[in-house]
Design a protein around this ligand. Structure first.
Ligand code: H2B
Length: 99
């Protein structure tokens, strides 16, 4: 995949977030809350995210309440946000069903 496991610098993270609308710094990582149509759609979305995460061996910290899914991404062993997180965030955004 060629992604770097080095934490992004502040400037790099600021730049990356410009290209990731809805995502914001939270704790050591970046976070976004998605609101789907209902639980069934949220679960289908989470299933797509889970498969992509497992394939990348890079996993979300997340929670779900009915139609709402909150996802926080960071690289635990790097202690911050890396290209793995920004790459996965972009993938996850692409899994949101069209309204
Ligand atoms: N996911 C995330 N988000 N950060 C990590 O540092 C991480 C991971 N490490 N998934 C992986 C698994 C590591 O524990 C395994 C052994 O590769």
């Amino acid at each position: 995949m060629g992604l770097s496991r080095l934490p992004l610098t502040e400037a790099q993270l600021t730049e990356a977030l410009v290209g990731l609308p809805g995502w914001a710094r939270a704790g050591e990582g970046i976070e976004r809350t998605y609101v789907l149509k209902d639980f069934s759609e949220a679960w289908a979305f989470m299933n797509r995210v889970a498969l992509a995460a497992e394939k990348l061996d890079h996993h979300p910290n997340w929670s779900n309440v009915y139609s709402r899914v909150t996802i926080r991404l960071w690289t635990h062993d790097a202690g911050g946000v890396t290209e793995f997180d920004t790459w996965l965030a972009r993938r996850i955004d692409a899994f949101v069903p069209a309204p």
